[in-house]
Design a protein around this ligand. Structure first.
Ligand SMILES: [Fe+2]
Length: 264
């Protein structure tokens, strides 16, 4: 397995890995690489839904979702994102967010497998939430560290969320589902959210994933956020998404490490 960091300061490309064959040794390397880099790109995979569930299980136990149109019978672990309603959920996540941020204990890990992809848009953008916090002016960091945000469903999170394994602070905000920043008034709340939105998209900070069929992307949702881009509704695309439960995640025993040391 080769692990090559992307040039952005987050994310890494994994090569020489067939996720169907991943044993305990590979699982350890993958978990360590995800914790270090925040996002893994693993192209050229061939996974049935059951194999995707097994591969996601390398990172912990899975969340399940209600049966809906376009979802797979008997496989509640698979959440389908699609361009057509008969294939899955359409028009989702067109704003910066981490999946499952509306939960009291946010969803730690998302795993996408590209089943079907046309060439008509639908790229996914990623941005590093830890770097976003680190690059703020110290006085802004101090201000933000005292703020909390409320989702529209009432769930409250600190704006600066510490990673449960590494303790590294991240600027954590769902731009679509958050009702506001608590205790600052509506105008200030809106201005803060817009400022964070722009900061996530600052030049040089985002990775754009252009999906090919067979791609897998794994994200540590407490380290990176993502955002969908438009797709031609006439084009057919399906992404099967699986997610790891907060109470079932397996973080590696040792934080840190280097790409060189992990390369095998
Ligand atoms: Fe998402």
């Amino acid at each position: 397995m080769n692990i090559t960091p992307l040039p952005l300061g987050f994310g890494a490309v994994i090569e020489g890995m067939d996720l169907r064959q991943a044993g305990p040794g590979s699982a350890k390397l993958l978990r360590a690489a995800l914790l270090e880099h925040g996002m893994l790109v693993i192209r050229g995979q061939s996974l049935t839904p059951q194999e995707q569930i097994a591969a996601t299980g390398l990172f912990g136990s899975l969340e399940t979702f209600p049966t809906m149109r376009g979802q797979l019978d008997g496989l509640p672990e698979i959440f389908r994102v699609a361009s057509r309603p008969e294939d899955g959920h359409v028009e989702v996540g067109r704003y910066w967010h981490s999946d499952g941020s509306f939960r009291a204990e946010p969803t730690p890990i998302s795993f996408w497998y590209s089943v079907l992809q046309s060439d008509q848009g639908g790229d996914t953008l990623f941005t590093d939430l830890q770097q976003a916090y680190a690059e703020l002016q110290p006085e802004i960091q101090q201000e933000f560290a005292g703020l909390q945000t409320a989702h529209r469903n009432g769930v409250v999170h600190p704006l600066v969320l510490k990673h449960p394994k590494t303790g590294i602070p991240a600027l954590y905000l769902n731009l679509g589902l958050t009702g506001g920043v608590l205790g600052v008034g509506p105008e200030r709340s809106q201005a803060l959210m817009q400022a964070v939105d722009r900061h996530y998209s600052r030049p040089g900070a985002t990775y754009r994933h252009h999906w090919l069929a067979g791609d897998v992307v794994v994200a540590d949702n407490l380290h990176v956020a993502h955002k969908a881009t438009p797709i031609d509704p006439a084009a057919r695309r399906i992404l099967n998404r699986t997610t790891v439960r907060a109470d079932g995640v397996i973080w590696p025993d040792e934080a840190g490490g280097t790409a060189g040391r992990l390369a095998a």
